[in-house]
Design a protein around this ligand. Structure first.
Ligand code: UDP
Ligand code: MG
Length: 315
């Protein structure tokens, strides 16, 4: 079995030599071939030069240099695109993850398609990192229906065919297990070790939580409704329009039968608003339906995923 290890690096000059040494020690003890894909995410320190030095000493090291900083998700995506191993391992380049946990992941990947690390004893600041992350993990688990304790853990193992078909955007690398579940893959979790960052600085603050929540909305929407947007917008739109219609009907009756003035009543505004908003929602759903058709039919994208064909010739 061939293993590809993908590590994103953004201004990690102080960590590269240790990282390479630790990874090499853990990986060479395994009975597998491996490659190390180090992705320099547009670093502006000595990272690119140090990576090149490492690469020249070891043919198993491959380096991808981004033109500018595209972010961790993009770095993972580039690594996935160029990895040749049957199993792809991702981890952070700041040695907060432990390369010695890799065998544990490989053990579990035998019966699973994704194995996700769980930093049970996480060594990060509580208020700014651990607490928001706890809440985010709880929300993500509830919303996506894929319960994991630690979506944010970079140390994960994937089977090649899982990641080769994924398209990642935004902060989406953390949602791969949830997205992949849609494809029907088996996801497992193992406890992994975690260490405080000893060298260099963290690239993220609390603002990431907000971006993660926004990405969660995208993921949830795409997972549940990407092939049937009108099913999502339609009910809301209908409910809104109908309530607006009945409110207006009541006001009309009040005017004609009761002879009361309705021009200055707040209810009139509400009725009109509900009708307009409802029509907008239905319109949005219909536009969505058009886009779904354009998306799938122009690129011949199926709306299903097949595990295997039995007795049918694949073209
Ligand atoms: N990273 C990256 N691009 C970025 C930000 C971070 O490649 O734009 C890398 C970074 O070098 C590290 C990993 O992603 O290897 C995790 O980043 P960091 O340690 O800053 O995140 P934290 O552990 O604080 O969540
Ligand atoms: Mg870190």
């Amino acid at each position: 079995m061939m293993i590809s290890v993908v590590v994103p690096l953004y201004n990690e000059e102080e960590n590269i030599d240790d990282l390479y040494a630790r990874l090499t020690a853990s990986l060479s003890a395994l009975p597998h071939d491996y490659e190390l894909i180090l992705v320099d995410d547009g670093s502006i320190d000595a990272t690119p030069a140090l990576l090149e030095k490492v690469r020249l000493t070891d043919p198993r090291v491959k380096v991808i240099n981004f033109r500018r900083n595209f972010g961790q998700t993009a770095a993972f995506a580039a690594g996935f695109d160029h990895a040749v191993g049957e199993v792809i391992i991702t981890m952070d380049g700041d040695l907060q993850n432990d390369p010695d946990d890799i065998p544990k992941l490989l053990e579990m990947i035998r019966d699973n398609d994704i194995v996700s690390g769980w930093r049970k004893q996480r060594k990060d600041p509580f208020i700014s990192r651990k607490l928001p992350s706890k809440i985010a993990n709880w929300i993500i688990s509830r919303v996506t229906g894929v319960p994991l304790h630690d979506y944010g853990c970079s140390l994960k193992a994937y089977r090649k065919n899982v990641v080769k078909n994924l398209r990642l955007y935004g902060e989406m690398h953390r949602f791969i297990p949830a997205v992949a579940k849609w494809y029907g893959v088996r996801v497992a979790e193992v406890e992994t070790r975690h260490y405080p960052r000893l060298k260099g600085v963290s690239k993220y603050g609390i603002s990431r939580t907000i971006r993660v929540i926004l990405d969660l909305i995208t993921v949830k929407f795409l997972l549940s409704f990407s092939t049937k947007p009108l099913q999502f917008f339609g009910p809301v739109g209908l409910l809104s329009s109908l309530s607006g219609f009945f409110i207006s009907l009541y006001l009309t009756a009040d005017k004609i039968i009761g002879g009361r003035d309705i021009g200055g009543r707040p209810l009139l505004l509400l009725g009109v608003l509900l009708i307009i908003v409802g029509v907008q929602f239905i319109g949005m759903g219909l536009l969505g339906e058009m886009m779904v058709r354009v998306y799938h039919e122009s690129q011949n994208k199926p709306i299903y995923v097949i595990r295997r064909l039995n007795g049918i010739e694949a073209e």
